[in-house]
Design a protein around this ligand. Structure first.
Ligand code: PBG
Length: 327
């Protein structure tokens, strides 16, 4: 009979004991902060569905990243909004575009900062799809050639890690070959290996102005019903040379985070996406949730599920709270 000999509450009696037996720890070094970068100067445009998040011009981005640096946050993930869009998304590999400009400025100002760039076409194509469209179809292999141009543009600007989020087949291998061919063998690839066709990207599409104008992304992103298929994507991306793997979204997919963790020793990143952020913010604004506790618990639980790193729009606030806790 376990009870009364067994009493798990003995180890919950005091804060000091609870701390000693705590299994998972959330650290500021686990967090990656996303940013939306635009051209021009002194621009700071709020994103209505993501309270606290703004589209920033490079000068303002440098200011915001300064605080992150002080708090010890190691990495940023950059998304760009181009001045113009076209059928091929050519703004994505424009060296004068917001992302390469931001990469250069950040690396100059903060050499230690790890700069990760999103590689995708959806913010740059007229129809908002992640690949090139011909006859109403997303063209996989043609898209790979364009993604390679984007990756090289970001690498030339000084990006440490490129993160393809388009979900075309074969993109990790194509990008690895392109980078190596141009002398960028040290640039790492963070693969959105497991990216689901999710409703939780809604607010992001407002922030990055990339909602598809027809159809949806179900011909390239994974079906939320599928778990085994996630494992297939992981195997393929590792074979193609991914250095880090990502599962996205995070919260409704923590079972997938756990499965990928168990299947691979590769560093694992979970993306706590815009819709997950908006839900907590909305509830907190109404006083329905205690924001700080809810955010820190959410991030901790994503780690407990198996993620090494978390991309989150809560990064700056969470870093402030963690920083204060450590003192
Ligand atoms: C674009 C991209 C999306 C996100 C990251 N890269 C949106 C989409 O696929 O529609 C979503 C991120 C978020 O919701 O926070 N390829």
């Amino acid at each position: 009979m376990p009870y009364p000999q067994e009493r798990p509450r003995r180890l919950r009696r005091s804060a000091a004991i609870r701390r000693m037996v705590r299994e998972t720890e959330l650290r500021v070094t686990d967090l990656i902060c996303p940013f939306f970068v635009v051209g021009g100067r002194n621009i700071k445009t709020a994103v209505p569905a993501m309270p606290g998040i703004c589209q920033l011009s490079v000068d303002n981005l440098l200011q915001e990243v300064k605080e992150l640096q002080v708090l010890g946050l190691p990495a940023v993930l950059l998304f760009g909004l181009p001045g113009r869009k076209d059928a091929l998304g050519s703004g994505a590999w424009d060296r004068e575009g917001p992302v390469p400009q931001a990469v250069q400025a950040l690396k100059d100002a903060y050499p230690e900062l790890v700069v990760i760039t999103d590689v995708c076409l959806c913010g740059y194509t007229e129809n908002g799809h992640c690949g090139v469209t011909q006859k109403g179809q997303i063209q996989n292999d043609l898209t790979l050639e364009l993604l390679a141009k984007i990756a090289l543009c970001h690498a030339a600007a000084g990006a440490d890690i490129i993160a393809p989020s388009d979900m075309m087949d074969g993109r990790v291998g194509a990008l690895r070959a392109a980078l190596d061919g141009e002398g960028y063998s040290e640039v790492a690839i963070l693969s959105y290996a497991v990216k689901y066709a999710s409703a939780f990207y809604g607010p992001f599409r407002q922030a990055a102005d990339c909602a598809p104008s027809f159809g949806d992304r179900t011909t390239y992103q994974l079906d939320p019903a599928n778990g085994r298929e996630a494992m297939r994507e992981v195997v393929l991306d590792l074979q193609e040379g991914a250095d880090l793997l990502m599962v996205k979204p995070a919260l409704p997919y923590l079972d997938i985070v756990r499965r990928v963790r168990e299947a691979s020793s590769c560093p694992l990143v979970a993306y706590n996406v815009s819709g997950e952020y908006a839900m907590l913010k909305a509830a907190a604004e109404r006083g329905w949730l205690e924001e700080r506790r809810a955010v820190l618990e959410t991030l901790l639980c994503i780690k407990r599920a198996g993620a090494d790193l978390i991309i989150t729009y809560h990064a700056l606030e969470a870093a402030r709270w963690l920083w204060a806790e450590e003192r």
